[in-house]
Design a protein around this ligand. Sequence first.
Ligand code: TEU
Length: 631
Amino acid sequence: MRRASVSKAPLITPASTIAEVWQHPLGNDVLATILRQLGRSPAWVTNPFVSSIRLRSLPRLSFGRVSEAFVETIVRMLNNHRDIPARVVAEAPAQWWQSAVFYQIYPRSFMDSDGDGVGDIPGIISKLDYLQDLGVDALWLSPIYDSPNDDNGYDIRDYREIMREFGTMADVERLIDELHARGMRLVMDLVVNHTSDEHEWFQRALADAESPYRDYYFFREGATAPNNWTSFFSGSAWRRFDEEWALHLFSSKQMDLNWDHEPMRREVHDMVRWWLGKGVDGFRLDVINYISKDPGLPEGDPLIGALMGYTGVEHYFAGPHLHEYLHEMRTEAFDPFEAVSIGETPGVGSNLGKLLTSPDRGELDMIFSFDHLETPGHTRFDDYHYDLGYLRDWWQNWQLDYGATCWPTLFFENHDNPRMISKINPDPALRVALGKLLAVIQLTLRGTPFIYQGQELGLVNVAFTSIDQLRDVESINLYRELRASGESDTAVFAKVLAGSRDHSRTPMPWDSSPHGGFTTGTPWLDGDGDFANVNVADASVDPSSVLNAYRELIALRRTHRALTLGGIRFLPAATGLWCWERERDGERIRIEVNLTDAPISVPVVSGSHLFASGENGGRLGAYGARVTLVS
Ligand code: TEU
């Protein structure tokens, strides 16, 4: 894939003004992220006074709260990403993954075939007819490789072996064949920012200071931790081994790989080609924007650390060689197989996202950006009601700006986030309406929808009552850290419960039998019995279920290409309402959704109703939605 020449943003220097940083693509992303974390509007930085401030004046004007080092970091980071994303590239040829509906499976919790309480590959195979009937085109499996499961498979011990609890390589090969026989595809999870500490590479590096594997990781000597970086899973990002330290941005058993070391990169390319040679159709790439770290692993800025919640993140969320390594991996491993690449890119905004996915860049095909999942000033662990008006504003901008050049992903849930319905409005009476509203939004905006297992049923958060019920390393570590700081169990558990990833990791409810038909054994993680209320078997035969809404809407995508590859334009709408039209080859489809829990008058538009939820003549009920073929 060739790389087009692109224009570049002006060099940033300490003499640059805030206005010049705001004009810089990555500078705009960074400032927008900071403003969102602060819950502030752009006017905070675009007003005449602030916008005229030079970067070098910030330490003096902030009485040292903004350090000289931070100014140097910002200058270096922005100059590492000076390319200006192409506004609109010539229409790239349509790709299969643009029209496809993806379904993410968390294998541990999807279907257990052998009664050990853990989901497995044969269990997934037994449910392919269900997925095909739903209308799914491609699966994304969270990691199935051999792992000690410190982070449920995101700590890989052997990239070429299958986790024992999940089954065998023969099972995986059967899954690939069964999917392809159905015209479906398989995307696997590529976790190459780090490996398990039990991976052979790390074990050999640890055992021998002269090992060729030493440079596969970040080892540093010294009596104290090499820098102040913190882990996403609490505590320091450094683990001590005898006289040295090793870097781990995540759990203390997830050791960061050194992507500056070419032999390590070559091993990753080989492994990717090995899996693609088996018929895998592509990869979701775990925290792939973290792979390039700033040289010397500099100290993290305390102010940024306090703001972002993690110290040091400015030194790796978009490192100096990120584009180079992504382009190399695409050229060496993905392009020869025409495999799809979907980057998980926490913290990446619209402009950097364009540099990662614009078709002429030859880096990634799509990214998961998470900025829409929390409203300004909130984190996942804040217990608050999510405002769908924020989703409208944020996604509308992404659809028009980022979508003009690149292909968006559309998702509300995954294995790292609580259930979206509960975030918005936990009122059980509104669960179905909200579930259908989210389906309409996700399946009719422009981009590729990723449905997370159970979302199609309208699952909600789990009524956990004790930390002892949780299994997620992030939740457990956060609980311990907050309790150690003196907070009460009640206060700490409430905070952890608000954002625990375990909410979306309980067993998939197939029917109302014990454990929802997920296992005949004891589930590795237990739910709260909600399977008695909501499960696949009951929803399948209920015409008004969320599940049947997903089936109907996915079927609409298949019969109306305006809903997949069609253009999009947003219509003026009354407060609380969100309206857009999709158009292709003369076919125009209007979507009207009520983002509030109160009825709204919406005059009936002439045309034929393709889908309606909570609609009564000229009114849309709470979270109602209407899809109309207007021409
Ligand atoms: O997630 C990275 C990520 O962005 C979230 O885990 C987030 O950083 C974290 O929840 C702190 O808010 C990927 C995987 O999706 C996740 O399951 C893994 O735990 C993580 O990377 C490490 O591999």
